[in-house]
Design a binder for this molecule. Structure first.
Ligand SMILES: *Cc1c(COP(=O)(O)O)cnc(C)c1O
Length: 396
């Protein structure tokens, strides 16, 4: 039991599926040409790259290959979308709206635009964990260039009403971008159905390689490239393409879609078991967001009166990997901006855990977690002056 290795942090990253590795290997050995060269070796690599692009086009319901730009991941796609669209559409300045609980990959380029003379509105989600289209309507202006709202939140796991939000933005003449890094392959995602102008994707959230992603840009969307050079990727992202990465991304996406219906049902059941298990066994625990539309694989809970870091480390000692809402990637102890944005008080945000499940999570893994976690919380609460202050000294 001490040798258990239970990974419950699939929202942070996923292992590369062996089938994806297999699909990538030829492009590191036999087919290593430059896809931009005209001789046979180059054409072989080009064919592989364009086949990967075609697969992404059809997987997300795009209408043309030049709407898909391969990038170095979700962060680059978000940066390119925000900065590339806004600076080309309104070079002299204008208004941008992003939701307040976006990933830093959207928030930081938004801050950059703000420093560059654009006005940015950080639209607050409702306490349930979603962006209400009526709230968006209120903050839209005639000079709003772009609205960016993520499809699925990477911390609390709630899904956003993208189709309705995009419609509201378009009604006022604004373009619409969505960060779909967490949702691609996990819930249905179709750019035509959702009506978005741009969307970001990341390879390593779908059992593909790290450092590979894609940006969907609807034809005709104004865009200034961030990476300039040889003009690859339709002049939108220069640099010799990562053919193996593109093949890996496309294969990973195909596998996600082939397994989506059965897998999302299986994961939702396991997720519900986690939520039900924790909230029924451990008192003073609650799900962070109540919005019913959600990713099937993310459970986010507030464990009152306990430090997230402490829970994470105690679970790590038992071979379980989870994430908390108290420390962001920089290692700071700031409470998560996502939890603060939905009105969660800082002291509660510090005591939150995110359990995210995936392809290799078994029911047995979940039961092991539910067996190990309650005594950890009980022990930490017994030592916690904060818990005593909040709920009195007795545990039960
Ligand atoms: C992981 C993630 C990103 C960043 O993607 P990278 O490929 O790691 O750069 C952006 N947005 C969301 C919502 C994510 O979950």
């Amino acid at each position: 039991m001490e040798d258990r290795d239970v990974y419950l942090d699939y929202a942070a990253t996923t292992p590369v599926d062996e089938r994806v590795v297999e699909a990538m290997l030829p492009y590191y050995s036999e087919v290593w040409g430059n896809p931009n060269s005209l001789y046979r070796r180059g054409r072989e690599a080009y064919t592989a790259l364009e086949s990967a692009r075609e697969r992404v086009v059809s997987a997300i319901g795009a209408s043309h290959p030049n709407e898909i730009i391969f990038t170095a991941g979700g962060t680059e796609s978000d940066n390119a979308a925000l900065i590339g669209i806004v600076t080309r559409a309104k070079p002299a300045g204008g208004h941008v709206i992003v939701s307040a609980f976006e990933h830093h990959a959207v928030l930081e380029p938004a801050h950059f635009l703000e420093k560059s003379g654009y006005e940015v509105t950080y639209l607050a989600p409702r306490p349930e964990g979603y962006i209400e289209p009526d709230d968006l309507r209120v903050v839209l202006r005639d000079d709003t260039v772009l609205v960016s709202v993520m499809h699925g939140n990477n911390e609390i796991g709630t899904l956003q009403p993208i189709r309705a939000l995009a419609e509201v933005a378009h009604d006022r003449g604004a373009l619409f971008h969505t960060d779909a890094s967490q949702t691609l392959g996990k819930v249905p995602f179709d750019v035509a159905e959702l009506g978005v102008d741009a969307a970001s994707f990341s390879g390593h959230k779908i059992y593909g390689p790290k450092g590979v992603g894609a940006l969907y840009l609807k034809r005709g969307t104004p865009f200034a490239p961030m990476v300039r050079g040889g003009g690859q990727e339709f002049k939108k992202r220069s640099g010799t393409q990562n053919v193996a990465g593109a093949a890996g991304f496309a294969t990973a996406l195909d596998l996600m879609l082939a397994e989506l219906p059965a897998e999302s049902e299986r994961l939702a059941e396991l997720r519900n078991r986690v939520v039900e298990g924790i909230t029924s066994i451990i008192e003073n625990t609650v799900e962070s967001a109540t919005h019913p539309a959600r990713l099937p694989n993310i459970a986010h809970l507030i464990i009152k009166g306990v430090e997230g870091e402490a829970m994470l480390l105690q679970l790590d000692a038992k071979g379980i990997a989870i994430s908390t809402g108290s420390a962001c990637s920089s290692g700071s102890l700031e409470p998560s901006h996502v939890l603060l944005s939905i009105g969660c008080p800082a002291e509660l945000a510090h005591g939150s855990v995110r359990v995210s499940l995936g392809r290799y999570t078994s029911a047995d893994d979940v039961e092991y977690f539910l067996e190990v976690f309650p005594p950890i919380v009980e022990r930490l609460r017994a030592m916690s002056p904060l818990y005593e202050k909040m709920f009195g000294s007795t545990i039960k």
